[in-house]
Design a protein around this ligand. Structure first.
Ligand code: MN
Length: 134
């Protein structure tokens, strides 16, 4: 069951946040952050079960946010899904190499596929969490 799972969305675009909210709110608790710094502060205080992270953020970008998360032993194995509006050849490989677990292209048009991706990484997380301090 997905009850009680918390998802953090880090996205500076309000319309994109609203879209994600509309897609996931029936299934998950959603915590929203508009900047990378806000997200790091909030996530450290109350780690979610999964993070949806916009790559293009003002100031600290998504890659840097990810780097901070992966450098924190308590958050290093948190599932983090990159979101980007500009799909280019090789993006997926680049984002996976950067340490993201998955990569989705915005705008999200296939809601079921998006939800399946989230469900997949939520299901995978506990197994990896064997080494995670909780
Ligand atoms: Mn953005």
């Amino acid at each position: 069951m997905t009850a009680g799972k918390r998802i953090a969305v880090v996205e500076d675009n309000r319309d994109n946040r609203l879209l994600i909210q509309a897609i996931v709110e029936a299934r998950y608790q959603l915590v929203e952050y508009a900047t990378g710094q806000e997200a790091l502060d909030g996530i450290r205080l109350a780690p979610p079960d999964l993070v949806l992270l916009d790559v293009s953020l003002p100031g600290m970008d998504g890659i840097e946010v990810l780097r901070h998360l992966r450098a924190d032993p308590a958050l290093a194995s948190l599932p983090v899904i990159a979101m980007t509006a500009h799909a280019m050849r090789g993006d997926r490989e680049r984002f996976i190499a950067a340490g993201f677990d998955e990569y989705v292209v915005k705008p999200i048009v296939d809601e079921e596929r998006f939800l399946a991706t989230i469900a997949h990484w939520l299901a995978v997380a506990p197994a990896r969490g064997a080494t995670r301090a909780r």
